[in-house]
Design a protein around this ligand. Sequence first.
Ligand code: ADP
Ligand code: MG
Length: 393
Amino acid sequence: MIKTIDDFAVEGLRVLVRADLNVPLRDGCVADDGRIRASLPTLTALTTRGARVIVCAHLGRPGGQPDPKYSLAPVTARLGELLGRAVELATDTTGPAARAAVAALAPGDLVMLENLRFNAAETSKDDEQRGAFAEQLADLADLYVADGFGAVHRKHASVYEVALRLPHAAGYLVQAEVDALSRLTANIRRPYVVALGGAKVADKFDAFGSLLAAADRILVGGAMAFPFLVARGDKVGTSLLEASQVGAAAELLRRAAPGQIQLPSDIVVAAEPGDSGAVVAADAIPADQMGLDIGPQTAVRFAAALFPAQTVFWNGPMGMFELAPYAGGTLAVAQALTDGEAFTVVGGGDTGAAIRALGLAEDTFGYVSTGGGASLEFIQGKTLPGLAALEAS
Ligand code: ADP
Ligand code: MG
């Protein structure tokens, strides 16, 4: 049994919360604050109950040393706005600034530590290095709270090793994620339809195999579709093609039941992103054009396939939705999900951002997961280090 923050009397305790605040920035400001908002219930509960709250998180990939470009300062500012109070950012993670800031906390106060990944030990492959850094983090606190669902699949010092060194609990976000994703691993209500897209194709192929075993139907869009089109013998022009996955795609097509994997039948193409798009048949992408969205006919087909579903998992936008000419497919899928009555889990950082950017209300979806990789690993039944650590006594 995983304990939650409700199982602890936290008043006066120094509580280290590992949050996932890895948000996109634009011009030095937070471009999408979904993950920050998702962290608020736990942070507010802890401060309201008089805990001394220490928030730690990572941002981007600074390469193990301080880099102002990856400072958590913009994130801290946004968190302060959302909490309605000024939040201090310690200028280091476990150094003198962090220790002084923690020592100064009164019950109900909250401080943010600087980017965990400014320390090479955080993500080190060496157990001892991670352990030593976890020791420093653990020294700051009396209780560890895992609330960064998007990072629980990483065996990093702040996710795994520190949890083993302190009494530990799951925060509300981790609890909600586990509850929602568990509905995709057991007692699945059928039909179960999956929509997969996006650009991180290689990362998602592993999951595809497990999804094929679980789902009645898999709709494939985004750059995910190109290895399948190539495997089937089509040419994809200058599309973003993960060529290393063509063999795996061919194998999946062989294993699938007839009609179980649905590929785009038409595609929106352009010479380069930004140009206005033209619609072509999926097997007729011109050599000098790239596919940037599923076409309108495919969008209608995918929406129709989603309609009767009782359970839906959607990971990855259907096209380069950030640019208006290629947002139609993603919008159509999102709309079909808000219209239908299925229990819907949306996974993937960019997919969640797409929903918000397209102006759809998040609460019309069953659950919008904050973790892309983590949610994919969870539904494959893999052991996630950050959750396994919470099981340990
Ligand atoms: P998520 O974060 O939801 O898991 P990914 O990170 O895999 O999704 O991919 C998101 C990105 O995929 C978006 O930025 C989108 O522009 C891009 N994308 C979707 N379809 C295409 C395509 N056909 N060609 C290039 N990029 C695409
Ligand atoms: Mg992404």
